[in-house]
Design a protein around this ligand. Sequence first.
Ligand SMILES: Nc1ncnc2c1ncn2[C@@H]1O[C@H](COP(=O)(O)OP(=O)(O)OP(=O)(O)O)[C@@H](O)[C@H]1O
Ligand SMILES: [Mg+2]
Length: 318
Amino acid sequence: MNDALLTLRDVHVRFPAKRNWRGNVVEQVHALNGLDLTVNDGETLGVVGESGCGKSTLSQVLMGMLAPSQGECVRARAPGSWLANGMQMVFQDPLSSLDPRLPVWRTITEPVWLQGHGSETERRELACELATLVGIRHEYLDRLPHAFSGGQRQRIAIARALSAQPDIILLDEPTSALDISVQAQILNLLVMLQRQRKLTYVLISHNISVIRHMSDRVAVMYLGQIVELGTAHNVLNHPRHPYTRLLLDSVPRLDRPLLQHAGETMKTGELPSNRRLPQGCFFRERCPYASVDCGQPQSLTPLNETDGVRCWRAVAGS
Ligand SMILES: Nc1ncnc2c1ncn2[C@@H]1O[C@H](COP(=O)(O)OP(=O)(O)OP(=O)(O)O)[C@@H](O)[C@H]1O
Ligand SMILES: [Mg+2]
């Protein structure tokens, strides 16, 4: 379980934001700012954080679609798949990620076809096998994506990801476009497939209950950094970083007192600009506990074998 599949070391990603008349970059977006993270074999790693904190940029780095501006993303061992990186992605909106002109059996087996593997008959057989696995009837395989419901389309997207025999699947908000009842079915399908195929998931979601339901470990991101990382149980039930506490408190829950973190309020509503990074602790400007000691940059400090936090106060108090 603790066998690292992917390791990120001090990963920074900067995008050009503004150029002068000579075409030189004069302003940058600092999307990731020193990310250290491992993805372990067979786990589900949940990634949470508000919009713009860098979750999708992180998934692009993990996929190898985006090279870090600084630092590295290393794969521990060669994937058991013929995919170069052993990874596939499933996105939020299945309709826009499926080709509207392709019958679904072709969509499902497109990654195999792109690699030039298998005859048409073999690919059709593979599509039938995967359709059974994800709960799509064989007689529907010649239809186009728009003929399916949102949940069925997400099943098709999952079958497509599986056709390449990945060992890691990145799930970027996989159920947020779906009805609640359908969400649960898709999450249960993902859990079943993970057990059956020994998959590793990186699950990005705004939805804390989805993260809670699925994750073994959780990483909490803020302004392109991980501010808290640990077992899902510890991070979600005993959050240490003030940002994690406020993030969790913004989700109404019935199984604990609503005022558990009474008195803690975020100072301003907006994420600071990632074009000009704050000095010292990135959360300082919004933190209810900020003091002069927070003027130093914070590092993600291990608290035990599994958990770490980027806040000197939380470290001192633990
Ligand atoms: N190609 C790009 N060029 C310039 N800026 C970018 C690019 N991609 C992302 N960004 C910026 O990087 C920051 C992080 O974006 P990212 O999409 O990773 O956030 P996110 O956490 O996935 O947000 P959301 O929850 O809204 O999907 C944002 O400020 C975004 O505007
Ligand atoms: Mg995103």
